[in-house]
Ligand binder design. Structure first.
Ligand SMILES: Cc1cc2nc3c(=O)[nH]c(=O)nc-3n(C[C@H](O)[C@H](O)[C@H](O)COP(=O)(O)O)c2cc1C
Length: 365
């Protein structure tokens, strides 16, 4: 199994950011040749469960969440690992190192990660150069690609609209859809951008870039699970008024409980955002809330604690048209992707739906 050879140190037994980086660069090497991609596909290919969302065709609903491939360095590897779409980034307008290391921790018994990366990335212009190079070499995947955009640390929230929209402008031709991340807990003040005035300004500024470009590409807004339901609803209303195309629910949480296991307790004591299984309940609640409040009119990407067929199915019947995972790749390895899609296919049949699209939000009917 390739996972045992390179993927496990990379994704399964990852205990540090270094292991993550090592694994990603192995994936980046493999994706460069059709032999490497075919090798990965031979182990991890997923069945099809097609659907159309945002005017784009997806082989199935499950994509790799933001933050794993921050620099888009392994873009063509993700379909070979079974994902139907990928979100690169977070990308900021300016290059930045992120927070001091260590900044990524595992809580093994809880199937959870804590991170305070702080948008470490080479900046929008450098990423664009890398993507131009990739396109010219024919290494652009045949699947929908999303870009995750964050705020540069050095700018203030008043300067954020320009910061986001410049990144959008720079990356416009290098992504099929864009996720505006106003919900990372690891950039001081960032989450305040979910509030009315800031949010309106960020969305207006991004809309003006979109209008200038002429071709409509979907803009999505990614929420924090730590907002109250009331605040979520007011942000949703503002975003809908500003013609948002979709929501991503949710980012990582700063909330914690006290795990029984001592290794997990010390990981949970780290500051940063918690992801993985403990996030599942709140992410699901947020998806339900958004679906009901928007009367199912705005497509939702569900993310947070998906690591099994049941958790993926619950996200879909609660109202997610698309789903993503990150932490489960670390704890379960890439085979989790095809396992989930095989299971979803069975669920669609068992529930007498003719396709996965019919299952979206079906819990609410
Ligand atoms: C190390 C790490 C880095 C992340 N970086 C980003 C990021 O740059 N932008 C973003 O929107 N979300 C980021 N996320 C959040 C994930 O995209 C996802 O919303 C979250 O991990 C919940 O999914 P999961 O429970 O499947 O991991 C990051 C998560 C982790 C663990």
């Amino acid at each position: 199994m390739p996972y045992r050879i390179f993927g496990r140190p990379l994704l399964g037994l990852i205990d540090s950011e270094r292991a993550h980086g090592l694994g990603l660069s192995s994936l980046a090497k493999l994706e460069k040749s059709s032999l490497g991609r075919n090798l990965l596909s031979s182990f991890y290919q997923s069945p099809e469960l097609p659907l159309d969302v945002f005017g784009l065709s997806f082989n199935h609903p499950l994509g790799i969440a933001a933050g794993f491939d921050k620099k888009a360095q392994a873009l063509s590897a993700w379909p070979s690992l079974g994902f139907s779409w990928m979100e690169y980034g977070g990308v900021t307008r300016f290059p930045q190192d992120g927070n001091p290391k260590p900044r990524m921790f595992r809580a093994n018994k809880e199937n959870a990660l804590i991170n305070r990366m702080g948008f470490n990335n080479p900046g929008a212009l450098a990423i664009k150069e890398n993507l131009i190079d990739r396109k010219s070499k024919g290494l652009w995947p045949n699947n929908p690609v999303a870009a995750n955009i964050g705020r540069s640390k050095k700018v203030t929230n008043d300067e954020a609209p320009e910061d986001y929209s410049s990144t959008l402008d720079i990356l416009w031709d290098y992504s099929d859809l864009f996720v505006l991340n106003v919900s990372s807990p690891n950039t001081p003040g960032l989450r305040e951008l979910q509030e009315a005035d800031h949010l309106t300004s960020v969305l207006n500024s991004c809309n003006s870039i979109r209008d200038k470009k002429g071709n409509h590409k979907p803009l999505l807004l990614k929420f924090s699970p730590d907002m109250s339901d009331e605040d979520l609803i007011s942000s949703v209303d503002i975003a809908v008024k500003s013609k948002i195309d979709g929501f991503v629910a949710t980012n990582t949480t700063i909330s914690r409980y006290v795990p029984k296991n001592s290794q997990s307790r010390s990981a949970f004591a780290q500051s940063g955002g918690l992801s993985g299984r403990p996030l599942r309940k709140r992410s699901l609640e947020v998806v339900n809330l958004l679906y009901e409040h928007t009367e199912s009119k705005v497509p939702i990407v569900g993310v947070g604690g998906i690591d099994s067929v049941d958790s993926a199915w619950n996200m879909i019947i609660s109202g997610s048209s698309l789903i993503q995972l990150y932490s489960a790749l670390v704890f379960n390895g890439p085979s989790v992707v095809s396992k989930i899609i095989k299971g979803l296919k069975i669920k669609v049949k068992e529930n007498n739906f003719s396709n996965i699209q019919e299952a979206v939000g079906s819990k609410h009917t």
